[in-house]
Design a protein around this ligand. Structure first.
Ligand SMILES: [Zn+2]
Length: 146
């Protein structure tokens, strides 16, 4: 599946990263789309979370409400995105605690707390397989800015 998202949604993602992370903390954004159009990403959601330079943790109550909202609105999380202080890669913690473990789910990591140019330069995309392992995949194969 190659997801399509508007450039404005990518801008919005970086805005969350910069405002919330302030260049000193990690941040996460979730890319959401309707089940009726599974290749479309239509919304960026900034979850309630705590964070430090070394990681972030979602608020359980928020997440629980969010699952309810997703079901009611017939939308799903397509991609989880988060920042790293330095280089973008999938850390052991990233491997262990994805928001979703469905095979094919994507995890995008943005370097330098999102302070660099808006785009996929030096970003890292991983996909979870049937066995629960994450593999790096080519961003252009799975994400298209439209
Ligand atoms: Zn944040």
């Amino acid at each position: 599946m190659r997801y399509q998202l508007a450039a404005s949604l990518l801008e919005e993602t970086f805005t969350h990263f910069r405002r919330c992370g302030a260049g000193v903390r990690e941040c996460q954004a979730l890319w959401v789309g309707p089940w009726a159009h599974p290749h479309l990403i239509t919304e960026v959601v900034h979850p309630r979370h705590s964070a430090s330079a070394a990681g972030f943790q979602l608020d359980d109550a928020w997440l629980s409400d969010f699952w309810t909202r997703l079901a009611k609105e017939e939308v799903g999380i397509r991609v989880q995105c988060h920042t790293h202080p330095g280089a973008a890669y999938h850390s052991a913690v990233d491997d262990a605690f994805p928001v979703i473990t469905t095979p094919g789910f994507l995890s995008l990591v943005i370097p330098r707390f999102g302070l660099g140019p808006v785009g996929f330069e030096r970003a890292f995309l991983a996909q979870i397989d049937e066995a629960g392992h994450w593999d790096e995949v080519a961003i252009a194969e799975f994400l298209e800015i439209v």
